[in-house]
Design a protein around this ligand. Sequence first.
Ligand SMILES: CC(C)(COP(=O)(O)OP(=O)(O)OC[C@H]1O[C@@H](n2cnc3c(N)ncnc32)[C@H](O)[C@@H]1OP(=O)(O)O)[C@@H](O)C(=O)NCCC(=O)NCCS
Length: 204
Amino acid sequence: MSAPPKTVIHASEDEADAIRTAVRTVDVATLGPDRERAEMRHVPGLAALLSDPRVSGPIYDLPRPIDEAAVTRWVAENQAQALAGEALLIVTLDPNGEVAGYSRITVWPDRSSAELAGAMRADLQGQGRGSSGMAHAFGWIFETLGVRLMCLTAALDNVRSQKGIDAAGFRRMGEREAVRPDGATRRSVYWEMTRDEWRRRHRL
Ligand SMILES: CC(C)(COP(=O)(O)OP(=O)(O)OC[C@H]1O[C@@H](n2cnc3c(N)ncnc32)[C@H](O)[C@@H]1OP(=O)(O)O)[C@@H](O)C(=O)NCCC(=O)NCCS
């Protein structure tokens, strides 16, 4: 289950409302032309993607076991959370229109904070797309959704994620016990980055 950052920021009501509105209304094609908000028509493709342990194995907050019924519930929950301005589930489509990846952004508007999780299809992994995609998504989350803080976790053995997150300039802040929907726990590396740190790094 997604947990908010260790660092606590208190957003004003206006700031929290602006973040909720951004999450509800943002055009996710501004993140990339091959991106769409996840809808019921994506369920078979998402279930096929996530059934591959090379894709879903390292991710703690997915519904399990992964089948179409569970993914249907997950998409519906994410649609409800999007309406509340508290999450975005986004699919990445390949040139054939198949689901080739996903991103889930959890947002805590009253904490002006967000977390990103995601994965890409196994045949697309390990070619440098992940690191560049992550860095692009971090900037989009800060600047388009308007949050001031992001946190991230990755499994202790997830070298590719760790390298991509370190390279983007996130600060390691120890470990965290990530809790799966079934209650099982997984120790994770934990990072944070503020929007100010992001902007300084990119001279914005
Ligand atoms: C995590 C994920 C998004 C990374 O994307 P990717 O395109 O596979 O990763 P990249 O090719 O950009 O590689 C990231 C870094 O790991 C390095 N790397 C790639 N394969 C590696 C391997 N087998 N062993 C060690 N390092 C490796 C790359 O050189 C790169 O480091 P650099 O930036 O210093 O050059 C992708 O692998 C994925 O979807 N994995 C399954 C789900 C997952 O783990 N999600 C994240 C949960 S936190």
